[in-house]
Design a protein around this ligand. Sequence first.
Ligand code: SAT
Ligand code: MN
Length: 596
Amino acid sequence: MNALSKHSSDATSTGSALAALNDWVASVAMRTRPDAIHWCDGSDSENDALVARMQADGTLLKLNEQTHPDSWLHRSDPDDVARVEHLTYVCTTHHEDAGPNNHWMAPDEAHAEMDALFDGCMQGRTMYVIPYCMGPIDSPLSRCGVEITDSPYVVANMRIMTRMGAAALARIEREGAFVKGLHSIGELDPNRRFIMHFPEELTIKSYGSGYGGNALLGKKCHALRIASHQARQEGWLAEHMLILGVENPQGETHYIAAAFPSACGKTNLAMLIPPAGYREAGWKVWTIGDDICWMRPGADGRLYAINPESGFFGVAPGTSEKSNPNALASIQSNTIYTNVGTTADNQPWWEGIDNGQQPATDWRGEAYDPAKRPAAHPNSRFTVSARRCPSYSPMAEDPQGVPISAIVFGGRRASLVPLVFEARDWTHGVLVGAAMGSETTAAATGAVGVMRRDPMAMKPFCGYNFADYFAHWLSFDTEGAKLPKVFHVNWFRKGNDGKFLWPGFGDNLRVLEWMIRRVEGGAGAVETPIGRLPAEADLNLEGLELSAEARAKLFGYDRAGWQAEFESIGEFLDEYGPRMPAALKAEQVRISGALA
Ligand code: SAT
Ligand code: MN
């Protein structure tokens, strides 16, 4: 195909959306000068050809066909293994609109900087045009985008993570609007790497990385940073949340959306397997999504949610038959692994897989030597279609979405924060989300284990000023709204010996059950200044052995510690100046007062 050839359903004969798309593709081709342009249709034959090409050039390595059919290993550049928050920008006309929570550059300057990088960068490469839909193809909550990339690995991942190809292109043609994402791996030089967002133009430009959220532009760039901006304008929410359904023995299902920072167990919670006692009684957990949630009020006043993604880009290390059997079953075939180690017979391997096998080769392709580095990179990932997951809910494809009964916020907190508490009302719930703190993980480059404020787990992903974002959240509390109850959890509380006090994983269902009973009005709680905590007797702890220290720390609250925490929350809110909603500040002052 010639570099300037148009898509076959020619611009002259169709609506203006395709004309705009063709013009944009032509202008990008003019700047980047690819050898060829390929419009992705999402077909199996297209994927087969791409995979063959990547296998031939070493981008994908075939894994053991007997144990892991149709599965591949990709080793990324060793300097390109995680999101780069310090190189991620939100470029709005007014600096204030991006807020202190984002790096900012003026749009003109950012375009000039990026366009210079993109100049001629696709010479010798094929340019892929990927029309995609975030969310079920026929859902009114879904939104479309087009990513242009020179990375076939990105194409293969986008095919799993989004509804990509002909159906998405048809929707774009019908609807007339789409988010433009331009991506090149460039030279994979960390010094020539930027992830730029232009929310006012619904545009993304990403250069110099081939990894995860930096490169699969449908994910964090579109579905969170750009979508959060769109959602604010259109009256909905784009959130960094998993969505799961809990079905009780009577066959009733409650849906829960839960926000945790990257690499804090969203995938494990979304795919939870109930403990034996619950299973026998007939409890079931259904997976809708593990990372992103779009929700908006329905006609009945409840919030309805969809998972805009169609696959999982999950953290491999720690995934085992014990921690997440559903994930393990999902990734037995048709999976792309990135930066895991391998066994001598070419099966994928990572720390914590606990399957009795040993690694032979590490994620960099060198002989495994524990003195040198772990076999799998701590942020190594699997990409797999959601449909392969045994707990995937048929409701995940429902165009109307699922009604949300509870919203959960949670961070990684070794101290202070109890296992669970309930917010008194929506305003308090928004403060609980806004005040979220968590220790950093390997999902982003930089120090690991440092406590930072990560409101609603959106610190790296909110495409506008947090003060305006909190105001947007507060605005859902209208006459007639039937909003979910809001909770906060902490699975990561540690004892004096440095070990986790709560078993986590399947046993987290005990906490979810309490939430559901609270929603239905059938469970007790103790009123405290920080919110409503369950007494030990309010939770089903049958079959668990918890030490006296665990019981005290998981179900108690430390007034002096929380006084200091609320002082620090107040300082955080003040960083946003007068733009911070007064209602949120008042809530913080009120609770500080109650703690004094
Ligand atoms: O790299 S991603 O942004 O896709 C994963 C994550 O950090 O949550
Ligand atoms: Mn995430």
